[in-house]
Design a protein around this ligand. Structure first.
Ligand SMILES: Cc1cc2nc3c(=O)[nH]c(=O)nc-3n(C[C@H](O)[C@H](O)[C@H](O)COP(=O)(O)O)c2cc1C
Ligand code: SF4
Length: 490
């Protein structure tokens, strides 16, 4: 994983926890309207992929337990992990690309309602992604995968078979000269499609097909009982790539900010037309891409104004997480968009630069919010990134930086933390140490757990273990909290 060159080790900031009365009066624990949906609190668990679906993308008992555990902490909202909108094989990533996925998702909705006693609203993040292949072995790449094109024929001699053998034997320096930059990338990182590959018919036609695909998925989310959908326009995936300043498509869906916004807005309108007015529709997108030639804060301000103007019910800001600067994967592994500097910006760790990992996304989010407000829209803005204490959340709400404060890793470290704060037991919060053990598991597509609890009580026969039998899958219960909550009926 990439780290800032300064390598400054930051401590998790000391926290002063409020009494139950102070928490009850706070902004963070006050209600907020998200389009047609009211959240009881401005607390939010953003999408986190736990790699617990079946190989065919269905909800499993382990997924139900994962969300049940977050729901027991009763946040204002939970966003279910990035869920594939197409009916295509995608490994153990949750899917919603066909009606057959609806019954499992219905169970998920019921589980969260029950576990939160109806206090938590549930959204689902809808994602589309393009093809990313694993980094190939040298021989297989040159003998089987590489397409020998006229460029290669002009730079090498002999027939195609002999060109392949020459490439297998060639030094890295010579390959730098002979292969095109895309061929080199496919060899060194694995083949990866881009939205600008309009010579590929299925990429060319994305603007034609995606509005309908997203709309159908959103319709299924409504049938399953979700309160809303979150369009995944962030990080390294298809819709973020349309928004990116690197999108040079010439068909009206790239280039200028207007062109880059065209498909994201068309997808939103198709989704809006598909679901009823009781469903909230928002999106997650980037305050900054944090890569060379990528979109910056001015783009994000313009996107925010356009999304709010189109009628989105909320905007959730993340940052970074791009393929463009990701580390080279090992042979047999796929490139992972959270391994380079932009990945660091998305999930910063305690080994950081002077600024440190806490609240790194607050200022850019505040700028987006200010632009949206100046344009006359009151769309709620969600901020995430290294937020792990009551004061931090409360002060940024007070300062008008955001309207809703999300915490991913802190909620994973202690799914009860919000409820503990709410009942005046903040001193018992198990605090995330921001070293990204969980993200390392995500990178390997292993069931995600937290190092602070995944070795507790492994001998207990009631504890559900990971596939390798070495880790518990769900955070331990908080018995004191249950007793206190009963007394205070919170
Ligand atoms: C294990 C893991 C999985 C994640 N999966 C998603 C995802 O599916 N969609 C998404 O938008 N962000 C995802 N994220 C990013 C988080 O939602 C969040 O933006 C990021 O962790 C920074 O917030 P934090 O500092 O509160 O953890 C994931 C993060 C982690 C740690
Ligand atoms: S594994 Fe580490 S970074 Fe992830 S939630 Fe747990 S303490 Fe935080």
């Amino acid at each position: 994983m990439w780290r800032p060159t300064e390598r400054i080790k930051h401590e998790v900031p000391a926290a002063e926890w409020p009494t139950a009365e102070k928490a009850a009066r706070s902004r963070w624990f006050s209600p907020v309207q998200v389009g047609p949906v009211e959240l009881e609190q401005r607390t939010w668990v953003p999408a986190m992929v736990p790699w617990r679906a079946t190989e065919n993308g269905y909800v499993t008992p382990e997924i139900l337990e994962w969300y049940e555990r977050f729901a027991q902490g009763r946040p204002g909202a939970i966003v279910v992990e990035a869920t594939g909108v197409r009916d295509i094989a995608s490994g153990p990533l949750l899917r919603i690309g066909h009606d057959r996925f609806v019954p499992g998702l219905q169970q998920l909705v019921e589980t969260v309602r029950r576990a939160s006693d109806g206090h938590t609203r549930l959204f689902i993040q809808l994602i589309d992604f393009l093809v990313v292949r694993r980094r190939p072995e040298r021989e297989r790449f040159f003998r089987e995968f590489l397409v020998i094109d006229d460029g290669l024929r002009s730079r090498c001699s002999g027939d195609d078979e002999s060109i392949r053998e020459q490439l297998v034997a060639m030094s890295d320096e010579d390959l730098d000269v002979v292969l095109s930059s895309r061929q080199l990338e496919s060899f060194r990182y694995g083949y990866r499609e881009r939205v600008t590959d309009t010579d590929l018919p299925h990429v060319d036609e994305l603007p034609k097909v995606l509005p309908g695909i997203f709309a159908a998925a959103a319709g299924r989310a409504e049938t399953a009982g979700f309160d809303g959908v979150e369009l995944h326009y962030a990080h390294a995936y298809t819709m973020a790539s349309f928004l990116s300043a690197t999108n040079t498509r010439q068909d009206g869906y790239g280039g200028s900010i207007r062109g880059r916004l065209k498909l994201p807005l068309e997808v939103f309108r198709a989704v809006r037309a598909e679901v009823s007015n009781s469903m909230a529709i928002g999106c997650r997108y980037l305050s900054e891409e944090c890569v060379d030639s990528g979109s910056g804060i001015e783009d994000a301000e313009a996107f925010g104004v356009a999304f709010a103007g189109a009628g989105m019910d909320y905007l959730s800001l993340s940052r970074g997480g791009k393929f463009d600067d990701a580390e080279q994967p090992r042979v047999g592994r796929a490139v992972y968009p959270y391994t380079g500097p932009s990945g660091y910006e998305c999930m910063p760790t305690v080994v950081s630069d002077v600024q440190g990992p806490f609240g790194r996304n607050v200022d850019p989010t505040a700028r987006v919010r200010a632009a949206v407000r100046s344009a006359g829209h009151d769309t709620p803005i969600v901020v995430a990134g290294g937020i792990c204490s009551f004061e931090q959340a409360e002060s940024l709400l007070e300062g008008g930086d955001a309207d809703i404060v999300a915490a991913a890793r802190q909620s994973l470290a202690d799914p009860d933390w919000l409820r503990k704060i709410r009942v005046g037991m903040g001193d018992q919060v198990r605090r995330c140490i921001y070293t990204n053990y969980c993200e390392g598991l995500d990178q390997l597509h292993k069931q995600v757990t937290c190092q602070l609890w995944d070795r507790s009580d492994l001998d207990d026969p009631d504890v559900c273990l990971s596939e390798d039998g070495k880790r518990r899958l769900i955070a331990p219960p908080s018995p004191d909290l249950a007793a206190r909550s009963r007394r205070k009926s919170l």
